[in-house]
Design a protein. Structure first.
Length: 239
């Protein structure tokens, strides 16, 4: 069959098939670029602060529209429930987060990242504000629990599931499955970098389908050449 394939007519047919396949691939790339260019940009007004209770509820999964949303919330801190998280990056620098336990007037618990410090001593010297406070910050999705012992080992992840096991106070309504990154940290701490979420783009699925279709056509062009060569070889073997 190889001897048949290297004959001039079939080499010419192969070159034609590859040229056709290349054309189909270019059409696929064009359809793919069209899918992106005609996609719908998903706009979310994340920078307009809203009440936390309007986008999230205690003990409920965090919704897409809530993740990264600027929110306001009122409550009082339990100073005994302040913890230090290690190995936290802030603008590329390793340091420490100071995280405390806020309880809303209704009785719901919320983890609040008060700020960042480059040294543990400075982080431990800062306590949570006292009395009832109104906070402004970015509401973020909860992090995964850390694999090491959260209660006895180094604390590195901001996971509500871990924090409720070390908080001394209880929340009658339960806790929010997200945390607040405070916009205005207490004195002695640096604001934690929490940029606005990137805009999402919904791709044009019809153009994606056409792009995949052209790739299939390109493969079929090469397959057709192989099938014709095989048929020619079989005819010579079985006249």
């Amino acid at each position: 069959m190889w001897k048949v394939a290297v004959r001039p007519r079939w080499i010419a047919a192969l070159l034609l098939a590859l040229a056709v396949a290349a054309g189909f691939v270019l059409l696929s790339q064009w359809q793919l670029s069209r899918s992106v260019s005609t996609g719908t940009v998903v706009e979310r007004p994340t920078e307009k602060a809203v009440e936390l209770s309007s986008v999230a509820e205690p003990q409920q999964p965090i919704r897409t529209e809530a993740d990264g949303q600027m929110v306001t919330v009122t409550g009082a801190f339990d100073g005994a429930d302040t913890v230090i998280l290690e190995s936290r990056l802030n603008d590329g620098t390793l340091g420490y987060w100071v995280v405390s336990h806020l309880q809303t007037p209704e009785g719901a618990g919320l983890a609040v990242a008060l700020g960042w410090s480059s040294t543990k001593a400075e982080a431990e010297a800062v306590g949570a504000p006292t009395g009832e406070v109104q906070l402004l910050g970015r509401y973020m999705a909860d992090e995964a629990p850390q694999s090491s012992d959260f209660e006895k080992g180094r604390l590195t992840a901001l996971s509500t599931a871990d924090l409720v096991n070390v908080w001394s106070g209880t929340d009658p309504l339960g806790t929010f499955n997200g945390f607040l990154v405070l916009s205005n940290p207490p004195a002695g701490l640096t604001a934690i970098s929490a940029p606005a979420p990137e805009k999402g783009v919904e791709l044009n699925l019809l153009n994606l389908f056409y792009a995949a279709e052209w790739v299939i056509f390109a493969g079929f062009a090469v397959f057709l050449w192989w099938r014709l060569v095989k048929d020619a070889w079989l005819r010579e073997q079985h006249p």
